[in-house]
Design a binder for this molecule. Structure first.
Ligand code: ADP
Ligand code: MG
Length: 479
């Protein structure tokens, strides 16, 4: 590389900085180096794979344009990950180990060095060795629309993402639960992107399946120790879809990991489709540890929020398809009729986009009605919670919730308790043992008895049947 090339590089960086601003520049480009300039191809290196993929997907064209403004002959940019191993250990390690590249030594780096030194932020080796799950570049805080149902969850997530190494941990674990398609994965990946971009703490995003797979396969290849050590080098561990975590040994390991991380002041973030109290297969200690941090529920996407999400989506789509336009009445129509599930919103827009692209017809209300017909919300039964059942039943019969959970057997408590158990069985998907546990640790046969008892009674007792119908309606209608 000539001096002239070096000087060009300095000017390209200045140009880039002027274009994107100081903040963006220092987040993404401060650690970018030039390696070579050959026959119109500029080779640039960055320290992590994360930076590489981010720059590739967001700034590749811009970087190229800056180069072309400097040297017309530049036709191509090549981004590579420079090997941290070579730079940091060149004196200490024997030569044989130095020749492996960052790409193929990922596993070995973690297993050979994790025990002796903390992992550096954004170290791709760790992510690979631990089976870090792939991230979707679109799932960031910028694209996450905040509304009534998710304000708290978003604020907590931002707080976690922006905390620095050594800051006191405010809520640990942060546990977010919500139904399908309500933004859990979006928020978790946003934390991962933002946390890793800040570069200070290593954030590892794993689905529960990846956690299981990573651990099980690590056991098989007898690198469990390395796996554990590597996990402990993590600043923030993010686990998605915890409800899928299965198997006794996986759970035991999850429990150890959780305790080790929390005790070491590392942040843990978890998403699940249900609250900790309803994770049936986890043992009590884990459950209470999970409940001991901040538990936040995200509710259904309200119509207003759906509208805002759609608007943002159309905006985003327009950057690739400038001619794509969706009139506001069409957006309102979709927001009003399509289900609460964020995935269906995305699906609805994709169909309009496809139709628009393939036929060249502009998007109209009629087209929308035709295209999204099957995504229209049926009257979904609400998710009823056992706590709500207990609360509503207790109020109805003028007893306290703790009476329902207690072992008292007086008639004024026994009947309401049976009614509540019956409702829990008919209005939720919880199993008999789970319901028993939630009613003061009763046996599943007690629950079964209660359910049969009430079923028998409502056949003959009109007043009771009506009472139960009223309770059901209350539970299903409450917002
Ligand atoms: P979950 O993991 O809870 O099932 P996802 O995070 O996968 O749901 O969300 C489903 C879809 O809805 C994704 O495309 C996501 O980007 C979108 N989505 C959900 N909530 C929001 C939000 N508040 N702002 C923007 N997009 C959202
Ligand atoms: Mg998800």
């Amino acid at each position: 590389m000539t001096n002239a090339d070096q000087e060009s590089w300095v000017r390209v960086k200045a140009r880039l900085r002027a274009e994107v601003g100081d903040d963006v520049f220092s987040s993404w480009f401060a650690r970018m180096d030039m390696e070579s300039l050959d026959e119109g191809a500029v080779r640039l290196s960055v320290p992590t794979r994360f930076l590489k993929s981010w720059i590739q997907s967001h700034y590749a064209e811009r970087v190229l344009a800056c180069w072309q403004a400097e040297q017309e002959a530049v036709g191509r940019i090549e981004l590579i990950v420079r090997s941290a191993v070579i730079k940091t250990t060149v004196q200490a390690k024997p030569k044989a180990e130095l020749t492996v590249t960052a790409a193929d030594n990922a596993g070995r780096v973690a297993s050979s060095t994790a025990a002796s030194r903390p992992m550096s932020a954004g170290d791709p080796g760790a992510h690979e060795a631990l089976g870090g799950s792939p991230l979707d570049a679109r799932l960031t805080f910028d694209s996450f629309v905040v509304g009534r149902s998710n304000t708290l969850a978003q604020a907590a997530a931002k707080q976690v993402a922006s905390a620095r190494q050594g800051d006191p941990v405010m809520f640990n674990p942060l546990y977010i639960h919500a139904g399908v398609g309500l933004g859990k994965t979006h928020l978790l990946q946003a934390i991962t992107w933002a946390g890793n971009a800040a570069g200070e703490r290593k954030v590892l995003y794993l689905t529960a399946e990846k956690f299981m797979y990573g651990f099980v396969s690590a056991l098989r290849t007898q690198t469990a120790l390395a796996f554990k050590e590597a996990l402990r080098g993590i600043g923030v561990l993010v686990i998605d879809d915890l409800q899928f975590l299965q198997g006794k040994s996986t759970q035991a390991e999850f429990c150890h990991t959780l305790n080790a991380l929390i005790d070491a002041g590392r942040q843990v973030v978890i998403a699940s489709d249900r609250p900790p109290s309803e994770l049936e297969s986890l043992d009590d200690r884990v459950r209470s540890r999970l409940a001991g941090g901040l538990v936040v529920e995200m509710g259904a996407l309200g119509e207003e929020l759906r509208f805002e999400i759609l608007k943002a989506r159309v905006q985003a789509a327009r950057s690739h398809h400038p001619s794509f336009d969706v009139p506001l009445p069409v957006l309102s129509y979709i927001a009003k009729t399509v289900t609460h599930n964020g995935r269906d919103l995305e699906g609805a827009l994709n169909r309009l986009l496809a139709h628009n692209k393939l036929t060249g017809q502009s998007v109209t209300l009629e087209m929308a009605e035709r295209e999204v017909r099957d995504l229209i919300r049926p009257q979904e039964p609400k998710r009823v919670k056992i706590e709500d059942i207990q609360r509503v039943v207790a109020r109805q019969y003028n007893v306290s919730r703790s009476d329902l959970l207690s072992s008292r057997r007086t008639a004024n408590v026994v009947r309401p308790r049976q009614v509540a158990m019956y409702l829990a069985k008919t209005l939720t998907l919880r199993s008999l043992p789970e319901i028993g546990r939630r009613f003061g640790g009763r046996d599943h046969t007690t629950v079964l008895h209660a359910v049969r008892k009430i079923e028998g009674l409502v056949g003959n007792d009109m007043a009771l049947a009506e009472e139960i119908e009223t309770l059901k309606r209350q539970l299903q209608e409450q917002g």
